[in-house]
Design a protein around this ligand. Structure first.
Ligand code: MN
Length: 227
Protein backbone atom coordinates (compact mmCIF):
# COMPACT_ATOMS: atom_id res chain seq x y z
CA UNK A 1 0.00 0.00 0.00
CA UNK A 2 1.06 3.57 -0.60
CA UNK A 3 0.26 6.48 1.69
CA UNK A 4 -2.44 8.90 0.59
CA UNK A 5 -0.52 11.73 2.25
CA UNK A 6 2.99 12.64 3.31
CA UNK A 7 4.22 14.15 6.53
CA UNK A 8 5.48 17.70 6.90
CA UNK A 9 9.11 17.33 7.91
CA UNK A 10 10.76 19.66 10.43
CA UNK A 11 14.50 19.29 10.93
CA UNK A 12 17.42 20.86 12.78
CA UNK A 13 21.08 20.94 11.64
CA UNK A 14 23.49 18.72 13.58
CA UNK A 15 26.68 20.55 14.49
CA UNK A 16 29.76 19.27 12.63
CA UNK A 17 27.70 17.04 10.31
CA UNK A 18 25.92 17.14 6.96
CA UNK A 19 22.99 15.29 8.51
CA UNK A 20 19.78 16.85 9.76
CA UNK A 21 17.91 15.85 12.93
CA UNK A 22 14.30 15.06 11.94
CA UNK A 23 11.98 16.32 14.69
CA UNK A 24 9.25 13.98 15.92
CA UNK A 25 7.57 15.49 19.02
CA UNK A 26 8.36 18.28 21.48
CA UNK A 27 7.90 17.73 25.22
CA UNK A 28 8.37 20.71 27.56
CA UNK A 29 8.95 20.46 31.31
CA UNK A 30 7.61 23.21 33.58
CA UNK A 31 8.80 24.50 36.96
CA UNK A 32 12.32 23.10 36.95
CA UNK A 33 14.27 26.01 38.52
CA UNK A 34 13.39 27.21 42.04
CA UNK A 35 13.85 30.94 41.33
CA UNK A 36 11.63 30.78 38.24
CA UNK A 37 8.94 29.00 40.29
CA UNK A 38 9.15 31.91 42.75
CA UNK A 39 8.95 34.60 40.06
CA UNK A 40 5.81 32.89 38.69
CA UNK A 41 4.25 33.21 42.15
CA UNK A 42 4.09 29.51 43.05
CA UNK A 43 4.66 28.67 46.68
CA UNK A 44 4.55 24.90 46.75
CA UNK A 45 7.52 23.11 48.27
CA UNK A 46 6.63 19.78 46.65
CA UNK A 47 7.32 20.34 42.95
CA UNK A 48 4.99 18.27 40.73
CA UNK A 49 6.18 16.79 37.47
CA UNK A 50 4.32 18.86 34.90
CA UNK A 51 4.84 18.98 31.19
CA UNK A 52 3.11 20.13 28.02
CA UNK A 53 3.78 19.67 24.32
CA UNK A 54 4.38 21.76 21.24
CA UNK A 55 3.87 20.58 17.65
CA UNK A 56 7.05 19.78 15.68
CA UNK A 57 6.23 22.66 13.32
CA UNK A 58 6.91 25.05 16.24
CA UNK A 59 10.66 24.52 15.71
CA UNK A 60 12.57 27.49 14.30
CA UNK A 61 16.28 27.10 13.54
CA UNK A 62 19.16 29.46 14.26
CA UNK A 63 19.22 32.85 12.55
CA UNK A 64 15.54 33.06 11.68
CA UNK A 65 12.91 35.73 12.28
CA UNK A 66 9.74 35.21 14.34
CA UNK A 67 6.60 37.39 14.35
CA UNK A 68 4.76 37.95 17.64
CA UNK A 69 1.28 36.33 17.49
CA UNK A 70 -1.31 39.09 17.12
CA UNK A 71 -3.53 37.80 19.97
CA UNK A 72 -0.96 38.35 22.75
CA UNK A 73 0.23 41.49 24.50
CA UNK A 74 2.94 39.72 26.49
CA UNK A 75 5.14 37.42 24.39
CA UNK A 76 7.96 36.14 26.65
CA UNK A 77 11.28 34.31 26.32
CA UNK A 78 12.24 31.25 28.40
CA UNK A 79 15.76 29.95 27.69
CA UNK A 80 16.07 26.18 28.18
CA UNK A 81 18.40 23.24 27.67
CA UNK A 82 16.93 21.00 24.95
CA UNK A 83 17.48 17.22 24.95
CA UNK A 84 17.47 15.45 21.57
CA UNK A 85 16.45 11.78 21.85
CA UNK A 86 18.34 9.42 19.52
CA UNK A 87 17.11 5.98 20.51
CA UNK A 88 13.67 4.58 21.29
CA UNK A 89 12.81 3.66 24.85
CA UNK A 90 9.93 3.05 27.26
CA UNK A 91 10.19 3.04 31.06
CA UNK A 92 13.87 3.84 31.06
CA UNK A 93 15.64 3.94 34.39
CA UNK A 94 17.67 7.03 35.27
CA UNK A 95 20.76 4.82 34.97
CA UNK A 96 19.93 3.91 31.33
CA UNK A 97 18.33 7.17 30.21
CA UNK A 98 21.47 8.86 28.89
CA UNK A 99 22.07 6.00 26.43
CA UNK A 100 18.97 7.26 24.61
CA UNK A 101 20.11 10.91 24.42
CA UNK A 102 21.68 11.80 21.07
CA UNK A 103 22.63 15.38 21.87
CA UNK A 104 21.72 18.81 23.17
CA UNK A 105 20.78 22.28 22.04
CA UNK A 106 19.74 25.57 23.53
CA UNK A 107 16.12 26.50 22.92
CA UNK A 108 13.62 29.22 23.77
CA UNK A 109 10.15 28.27 24.99
CA UNK A 110 8.28 31.29 23.59
CA UNK A 111 5.20 31.90 25.70
CA UNK A 112 2.12 34.12 25.42
CA UNK A 113 2.16 34.94 29.15
CA UNK A 114 -1.10 36.88 29.23
CA UNK A 115 -2.92 33.99 27.56
CA UNK A 116 -1.28 31.51 29.97
CA UNK A 117 -2.28 33.53 33.06
CA UNK A 118 -5.89 33.71 31.77
CA UNK A 119 -5.87 29.95 31.05
CA UNK A 120 -4.62 29.17 34.57
CA UNK A 121 -7.35 31.34 36.14
CA UNK A 122 -10.11 29.72 34.09
CA UNK A 123 -8.77 26.16 34.27
CA UNK A 124 -8.28 26.04 30.50
CA UNK A 125 -5.47 24.26 28.62
CA UNK A 126 -2.18 26.07 27.98
CA UNK A 127 -2.17 25.16 24.29
CA UNK A 128 -2.75 28.63 22.89
CA UNK A 129 -0.19 30.13 25.29
CA UNK A 130 2.57 27.63 24.58
CA UNK A 131 2.04 25.87 21.27
CA UNK A 132 1.77 28.63 18.69
CA UNK A 133 3.61 28.39 15.36
CA UNK A 134 7.33 29.27 15.69
CA UNK A 135 7.20 29.00 19.50
CA UNK A 136 10.19 26.62 19.78
CA UNK A 137 13.42 28.08 18.38
CA UNK A 138 16.31 25.60 18.82
CA UNK A 139 20.04 25.91 18.09
CA UNK A 140 21.95 23.40 15.98
CA UNK A 141 22.23 20.15 17.93
CA UNK A 142 25.58 19.13 19.37
CA UNK A 143 26.02 15.34 19.68
CA UNK A 144 26.61 14.22 23.27
CA UNK A 145 29.77 12.43 22.19
CA UNK A 146 31.22 15.92 21.60
CA UNK A 147 29.63 17.94 24.41
CA UNK A 148 29.39 15.21 27.03
CA UNK A 149 26.14 14.86 28.98
CA UNK A 150 25.09 18.07 30.67
CA UNK A 151 24.33 18.32 34.38
CA UNK A 152 25.90 21.72 35.02
CA UNK A 153 27.19 24.75 33.14
CA UNK A 154 26.12 28.29 32.35
CA UNK A 155 22.80 28.99 30.57
CA UNK A 156 22.18 32.56 29.40
CA UNK A 157 19.85 34.72 27.32
CA UNK A 158 20.26 38.34 26.28
CA UNK A 159 17.97 40.70 24.38
CA UNK A 160 19.62 43.44 22.28
CA UNK A 161 22.90 42.75 24.11
CA UNK A 162 21.38 43.19 27.59
CA UNK A 163 21.46 40.10 29.81
CA UNK A 164 18.01 38.89 30.89
CA UNK A 165 18.50 35.30 32.06
CA UNK A 166 21.60 33.76 33.61
CA UNK A 167 21.79 30.59 35.65
CA UNK A 168 23.56 27.27 35.95
CA UNK A 169 22.02 23.97 34.89
CA UNK A 170 23.05 22.46 38.24
CA UNK A 171 20.07 24.49 39.60
CA UNK A 172 17.66 22.23 37.69
CA UNK A 173 15.30 20.48 40.13
CA UNK A 174 15.00 17.50 37.76
CA UNK A 175 18.19 16.35 36.00
CA UNK A 176 18.40 15.21 32.36
CA UNK A 177 18.24 11.47 33.21
CA UNK A 178 15.39 12.06 35.68
CA UNK A 179 13.34 13.95 33.05
CA UNK A 180 13.93 11.33 30.33
CA UNK A 181 13.05 8.57 32.76
CA UNK A 182 9.87 10.28 33.99
CA UNK A 183 8.49 11.09 30.53
CA UNK A 184 9.26 7.54 29.38
CA UNK A 185 7.08 6.20 32.20
CA UNK A 186 4.13 7.51 30.16
CA UNK A 187 5.31 7.76 26.56
CA UNK A 188 7.61 5.65 24.45
CA UNK A 189 10.30 8.15 23.48
CA UNK A 190 11.42 7.92 19.85
CA UNK A 191 14.47 9.15 17.99
CA UNK A 192 13.60 12.68 16.91
CA UNK A 193 11.81 13.67 20.12
CA UNK A 194 12.94 16.91 21.75
CA UNK A 195 12.57 17.75 25.43
CA UNK A 196 12.69 21.35 26.68
CA UNK A 197 13.87 21.11 30.29
CA UNK A 198 12.45 24.26 31.92
CA UNK A 199 13.62 27.84 32.27
CA UNK A 200 15.60 29.64 34.97
CA UNK A 201 14.47 33.02 36.35
CA UNK A 202 14.49 36.26 34.39
CA UNK A 203 11.77 35.55 31.82
CA UNK A 204 10.55 38.72 30.13
CA UNK A 205 8.60 40.42 27.41
CA UNK A 206 9.74 40.67 23.79
CA UNK A 207 9.08 43.53 21.37
CA UNK A 208 9.27 43.77 17.58
CA UNK A 209 12.86 44.48 16.52
CA UNK A 210 14.42 42.58 19.44
CA UNK A 211 17.39 40.33 18.79
CA UNK A 212 17.62 37.38 21.18
CA UNK A 213 20.90 35.58 21.85
CA UNK A 214 20.80 32.33 23.84
CA UNK A 215 23.76 30.21 24.83
CA UNK A 216 24.82 27.22 26.91
CA UNK A 217 28.49 26.46 27.52
CA UNK A 218 29.74 23.78 25.12
CA UNK A 219 26.77 24.00 22.71
CA UNK A 220 25.99 25.98 19.56
CA UNK A 221 24.41 29.35 20.31
CA UNK A 222 21.02 30.56 19.06
CA UNK A 223 20.18 33.97 17.58
CA UNK A 224 16.56 34.88 16.78
CA UNK A 225 15.07 38.20 15.63
CA UNK A 226 11.56 39.29 16.58
CA UNK A 227 9.56 41.13 13.93
MN1 MN B 1 9.31 26.70 29.63
Amino acid sequence: MNYFNSRHETSIPISGSNELFLVHRIFCVGRNYKKHIEEMGYKESDIPFIFFMKPPEAVVTNGQKIAIPDFTNNFQHEVELVIAIGREGLRMSEENALEHVFGYGVGIDLTCRDIQIEAKKKGRPWTLAKSTPYSAPVSDITPANESGHLNEGSIRLSVNGVNRQKSNMKEMIRSVPKIVSEISEIYTLYSGDLIFTGTPEGVGKLEPGDTIFAEIDGLQSLTITIT
